[in-house]
Design a protein around this ligand. Structure first.
Ligand code: GLN
Ligand code: ZN
Length: 768
């Protein structure tokens, strides 16, 4: 058997984020369509050459994108919403096509963009196609044909990787509110995939991979039937490349039987982490014997070196079961940074534990070589790999006995507040003396150019730490003064010192590692550098107390301390794979618990622990959710329950669908929760009430994702509406998220309206 190494995709932004700069330059009018297309083509060629040089036997094409691969799929099948077609009617030129494409991606002064949401449980965001009964698909395979041709001109075996029809429709949304279901368009969409297969075959594709990651979610039997029927009919197409169905991010479960018995020629499966269980799901399936299997034995979404010997064990099990066995990363590598050798600040020992995209390519080619030429042919590589794994396993950077000893002493009692909520509420009422509908914000105030400049100057050593400190204090004083002047009830210091709500804490906690060039695409041209949790986590010293205490010293009103919660710290980092996530969360939580009690000791009476990511990291499979929610809630409690009754604990979450986690929200036992609700018209208040939520809520009454200033009457109406379902003494008035992306002009006016509205609604409560 001739096994090869391949991947489903590789980072798009370029080693120095060249693509990001080229696209943003085009948006700003600094370059034209031809220049952008040329830069993109150069980058595509470079990445193909890199994949070839790394020893891949087959390269993916179609995974490259100027913005997002789901948007590319929508474009390919002609799913263009009428408003975008109308806004950019002429697409006869490259500039016209780009303008329409980017109008769909990010909107412009004429139209709203498509909605954006998380790609499964990753931190990548895709654009949600909008479909309706009127949608008329029309195939435009230009992009994929061009990319295939480019690869073939380089003499490479190339496999188009595209979003499959069922996943495409299940990820789409109805363009209007009616009960139209996009999946009902499957019959209309399939002929386009049939046509596409013909075009790809003509262009020389031997194989095509159609990704159906919905296969790892809880599909209804009827939906599995759709997958079955879809690939049955695609397999019947006469003139076509051989088809691989791709899936990733979790185990196959019931889908394994459907895939194995499908008449397509190949499967690509995720065999890492939760996906490892797919091995058993597949093992008993008779249909595999004549298939090509692309085994995802190297994680596509984490940054650790693969245990190559273990991976070879998995591959050994598969060898006898399939007709052809190839190796790949479990998912596209777009979820990891590009190259760990590009990290000059990393301690070389620690660096040797990491595999970014390029190191994963090396691992894959070693594995493929072992399959082809026998294990002995890679004995040297396996020995190096074993040394790296051992170095990590034994490193004092990873293991901090003091952290473990301390965690072992934590009792269940310490996971609970000292008193029942009613006693706490009374103590907090006495201490804080807040009116009904107290006004507050979610934490951050606008990040001004002055602040960004100060941070840049500190980095380039133009100013020293004390000058930076002064700049931050000045800003805090301004923010406190503004809130005082406006009459806000619970103030914040504005978070001017935080570049990012996770990075800021990661930089100060032991056990976290930061990278210099470890960029990962979050959406479009936006890239983030997630920290890496490499070892046991502890807090060498207080992280926020000086800022909070300084702010509190400037006012008699309560200032709210602001922390990022343990679940969110994990969700937006790369986590260790050598212990359960719940254990890592507990370590972060314990460090935060110390910060919370230090804030309390410094006189801070209101402390908010943000958990915006709690909902988004909910496992894909329903069966896994209770265990996740258990550790998530326990971690939040560990961080927040060390305080006295009179200290008020807040939390904040910012995505609209809370239905799945409402019991967890109740169990977290925060005294106050602020939530996004502006866009869902206060529905969340009703949901909370219905579930018996017994404490205080701040339903966001203004949508900070838009620069629009909410009129006072609108806020008043929202508060009154909320007051119909929940007693007014349990309601707060606040925006629906932090203000850091907004400008001062709108923020000031909006806050003024918020305070006025709260005052007005309070008068409803005074008997006339
Ligand atoms: N406290 C953070 C802020 O205001 C919360 C951000 C968030 O919810 N994503 O910026
Ligand atoms: Zn938020």
């Amino acid at each position: 058997m001739t096994s090869i190494a391949t991947v489903h995709g590789y980072p798009r932004q370029g080693r120095r984020r060249e693509l990001k700069r080229a696209i943003e330059g085009y948006w700003k009018g600094r370059s034209d369509a031809a220049t952008l297309s040329e830069t993109a083509a150069t980058l595509r060629r470079e990445r193909l050459e890199r994949l070839r040089d790394a020893g891949l036997g087959e390269v993916p094409v179609g995974d490259f994108s100027l913005y997002d691969h789901v948007l590319d799929t929508a474009w390919m099948v002609g799913a263009i919403p009428p408003r975008h077609a109308a806004a950019v009617p002429d697409i006869s030129t490259e500039a016209g096509r780009l303008d329409r494409y980017f109008a769909m991606a990010r909107g412009d002064d004429r139209v709203q963009p498509l909605e954006m949401t998380k790609w499964f449980d990753t931190n990548y965001h895709y654009l949600v196609p909008e479909l309706s009964a009127e949608t008329e698909f029309a195939l435009d395979p230009t992009k994929i044909i061009q990319e295939l041709t480019e690869a073939r001109e380089l003499g490479l075996a190339a496999r188009p990787v595209l979003v499959g029809p069922v996943t495409f429709l299940l990820l789409s949304k109805s363009a209007d509110d009616h009960d139209f279901e996009p999946i009902s368009l499957l019959d209309r969409l399939l002929p386009l995939y049939v046509e596409l297969l013909g075009r790809l075959a003509e262009a020389g594709a031997e194989w095509v991979q159609l990704d159906e990651p919905v296969l790892v979610t809880d599909l209804e039997p009827a939906q599995l039937e759709l997958i079955k029927a879809t690939y049955q009919s695609l397999a019947e197409v006469e003139h076509r490349p051989k088809i691989i169905i791709g899936s990733y991010f979790d185990r196959l479960g019931d889908a394994a039987a459907v895939l194995a018995s499908s008449p397509v020629e190949g499967l690509a499966v995720d065999l890492v982490g939760a996906g490892a269980a797919s091995l058993d799901d597949l093992a008993g399936q008779p249909g595999l014997a004549d298939k090509r299997l692309i085994a995802g034995v190297v994680s596509g979404r984490n940054v650790w070196r693969t245990d190559l010997a273990a991976a070879l064990g998995t591959l050994g099990t598969l060898l006898g079961l399939v007709d052809r066995l190839d190796v790949a990363a479990s998912s596209s590598l777009l979820h990891v940074p590009i190259d760990v050798t590009d990290e000059p600040d990393l301690n070389p020992e620690i660096a040797s534990w990491f595999a970014f995209a390029d190191q994963k390519l090396e691992e894959l080619s070693i594995l493929a070589r072992a399959l082809r030429d026998g294990r002995d042919s890679v004995a040297g590589e396996l020995a190096i790999n074993a040394t790296r794994l051992a170095s990590r396993k034994e490193s004092p950077i990873v293991h901090d006995q003091a952290v473990r000893d301390r965690l072992a002493t934590i009792t269940d009692d310490q996971l609970r507040r000292r008193s029942a909520y009613s006693d706490r509420a009374a103590a907090q009422h006495d201490r804080l003396k807040l009116p009904a509908f107290p006004t507050t914000t979610i934490g951050s105030f606008p990040q001004t150019n002055t602040l960004r400049q100060a941070r840049a100057d500190l980095r380039t050593k133009k100013i020293d730490a004390s000058a930076y400190d002064v700049a931050m204090r000045d800003e805090i004083a301004r923010v406190i003064e503004l809130q005082t002047e406006l009459g806000v009830d619970v103030l914040v210091h504005g978070e001017p010192e935080r570049n990012d709500m996770v990075q800021y804490f990661a930089d100060q906690l032991s056990g976290f590692i930061s990278t210099r060039n470890g960029w990962v695409q979050s959406y479009g041209t936006r890239c983030v550098r997630p920290p890496i949790i490499a070892g046991d986590v502890s807090r060498p010293k207080p992280m926020t107390v000086d800022w909070a205490a300084y702010a509190q010293g400037l006012t008699d009103r309560p200032v709210k301390g602001m922390l990022t919660g343990p679940v969110t710290m994990l969700a937006w980092s790369f986590v260790r794979d050598d212990q359960p996530e719940g254990d890592t969360a507990r370590q972060v939580a314990l460090a935060l618990r110390d910060e919370v009690t230090d804030l309390e000791a410094a006189g801070i009476g209101v402390i908010q622990v943000d958990e915006p990511a709690l909902r988004e990291t909910l496992p894909l499979r329903r069966a896994d959710r209770p265990a996740y929610l258990d550790w998530a809630v326990a971690a939040f409690q560990l961080s927040t329950t060390g305080v006295v009754d009179g200290t008020q604990i807040h939390t904040h979450m910012c995505y609209a669908e809370f239905g799945d986690i409402i019991d967890a929200i109740i169990a977290m036992d925060a005294d106050v929760i602020s939530l996004e609700a502006a866009r869902s018209r206060m529905e969340v208040v009703g949901e909370l009430t219905a579930a018996g939520y017994p404490r205080e809520v701040g339903p966001g009454v203004w949508d900070i994702h838009s620069p629009r200033v909410p009129p006072t009457e609108e806020i008043t109406a929202a508060l009154r509406l909320a007051g119909k379902t929940l007693p007014p003494e349990r309601l707060w008035a606040n925006p629906d998220c932090g203000l850091k992306t907004r400008g001062y002009a709108e923020v000031e006016q909006s806050l003024r309206n918020l305070v006025t509205a709260a005052k007005e609604v309070r008068t409803d409560l005074t008997p006339a």
